[in-house]
Ligand binder design. Sequence first.
Ligand code: PEP
Ligand code: MN
Length: 411
Amino acid sequence: MVGVMGGIGTEAGQRAAQQPDWPEPQELRAVTGRLAKAPPLVRAEACDRLRGRLAAVARGEALLLQGGDCAETFAGVTPQAVHGKLELLRGMAGVLGRGAALPVVRVGRMAGQFAKPRSSAVEHRDGSALPSYRGDAVNSLEFTAAGRRPDPQRMERMYEASATTLDLLRTYAHGAPEGQAGADIPGAVDGPPEFFVSHEALLLDYEHALTRTDDTTGARYGTSGHLLWVGERTRAPEGAHLDFLAGIRNPVAVKLGPTTETDEVLRYIERLDPDREAGRLTFVVRAGADRIRDVLPALVEKALAEGAAVGWVTDPMHGNTFTAPSGHKTRGFDVILDEIRGFVEVHRALGTHPGGIHLELTGEDVTECVGGADPVHTDDLPQRYTTACDPRLNRRQALDLASRVAELYRG
Ligand code: PEP
Ligand code: MN
């Protein structure tokens, strides 16, 4: 394990996209050394159970609902905030499950979603330039030189914040986060009373430090979360992030943007799912409402031609971001819904299963996305715009969206 760890910040780090410029190699090694000895955050057995649930998604027998903040923050790990997201996902799962008459697998973007890839390494503001915020796991949102300096000790705070979040989820979930038996979810059709956690596997120093060998099977698991994904900016098929996913037994996902090529789909399948095992690999497509109908068919057909039983999920958020006149990054409810509609249409036309949705949301009454049945207008955005990164659906918008998506599945 020490051998694997030692390379990440150095040799492997050279070719890994989106890694922070950690200022102190010695401090980084001390942190990853401690993390490598820390208890796993999730159990291998629970990762296997989620892989089984995602196999049902891939076979068309279940839906995946995955959601949470764009960027979790340390300050956001409060009982109220965690409870709010859990309850919201529970409510949405009930609505979706009834609409589709399928069980809904609930997965939070929670307990680990603390690191962000950035399109620019530098942020310019009021004539000064500082390193971009890369999530609480790396630096501070505060726009000062000290705040934006990457601090490896923040990865230990990420571990602690994730552990606290998992404890809160265990407290509140009717089913424990690792799927122990619990009360039924009202409204879900045969819905398993379970809740799993997921995040983007971005910081390879952190992810490798939390990778463990399972005693019973001898397989390697990423123990920082049940489902780990690689994002649009780090999905190079021969890159270090794909290497990481290829080396763990967890269910894994890859985000696919509008420029994804069919050859890339082939490489992801070859590298991540060589045994064509349903539930192992999920593709999360975020093409944009204007591109989804053009881009998705060829990708799905490629996976079919390869004989891969992958899960197909839509992320209707990341391809539909725009800047409002006030300067706030936002997304429109109708456009989000239109991407989901396009996703469902393409799958219906191909006879494949539109396996679920991946959303950025919060249980709080924020004003970050526009539209919805009780609409947020662009003028309202400054009122309660509290996200650390991308705009989230608020509770009302998320529930409205779940009802509209339920109609799509019903129809
Ligand atoms: C995200 O999920 O917050 C994100 C950065 O997405 P993507 O990698 O699809 O751009
Ligand atoms: Mn985001």
